[in-house]
Design a protein around this ligand. Structure first.
Ligand code: TYD
Length: 208
């Protein structure tokens, strides 16, 4: 079986983690016995340390380029240490966020430019892109309200609602640009229905 790379994207609080667990079970049933689940920023010791810097709520003065480069650094370590070797040995990888998060949050919402951000990330990703990207589409307000109920908000979550609205809209725009790879699902639906739609899409792409 050849390696398979799926990324899960969407605004904060869109339910990615729940859906990743369900998708993992589905892939297991389909014969992928080694499934690596990872998250960004994070997924390795060094990337988790970088995550601690990026999301630290006390670093409000961080400039946008520093932020973009730190996300790319965390990604470079994750790709080199985990994702590339896993794909090369035929494993399935599901990542909670990948380079499209940078395209949307840094490229669109921060205004650095989508093309600039993809370019900057070519080094970090070694040109690796997901086979399938699931975009969980949710109104910004709904996602942030969910986050507020769960824990103390991190540096990104503390941004104004207008920032999160740019993120939600940015994902919709990005999905339109790459419809063959990025599949949008209305994440206000039930967990079961969202899972069914994800499985449908993944099955089609993998010809399962
Ligand atoms: P996380 O706690 O993983 O958020 P969530 O549970 O919503 O996925 O924190 C990651 C935060 O970092 C989230 O606000 C999105 C943001 N982010 C970027 O701005 N750029 C990126 O490249 C990545 C990977 C995440």
């Amino acid at each position: 079986m050849k390696g398979l790379f799926i990324s899960m994207e969407g605004p904060d609080g869109s339910g990615k983690t729940t859906q990743i667990e369900l998708l993992k079970e589905f892939l297991k049933e389909k014969g992928y016995d080694e499934i690596i689940i990872t998250r960004e920023p994070g997924g390795t010791v060094i990337s988790e340390a970088i995550r601690g810097i990026i999301l630290n709520k006390d670093y409000a003065e961080m400039n946008y380029m520093t932020e973009a480069l730190l996300y790319a650094s965390a990604r470079a370590q994750l790709v080199g240490e985990v994702i590339k070797p896993a794909l090369e040995s035929g494993k399935a990888v599901i990542s909670d966020r990948f380079v499209d998060s940078s395209a949307v949050y840094q490229g669109m919402a921060r205004g650095l430019g989508v093309e600039n951000v993809y370019k900057m990330n070519e080094y970090a990703t070694l040109g690796i892109l997901p086979d399938v990207t699931i975009h969980l589409d949710l109104p910004a307000q709904v996602g942030i309200s969910r986050k507020k109920e769960q824990a103390e908000l991190d540096r990104m979550e503390r941004e104004a609602l207008s920032f999160h609205e740019k993120v939600a809209e940015g994902y919709r725009e990005l999905a339109k640009r790459a419809p063959e790879r990025i599949y949008t699902i209305d994440a206000t639906q039930s967990i079961d229905e969202i899972h069914r739609l994800i499985v449908d899409r993944v099955s089609k792409v993998l010809e399962l």
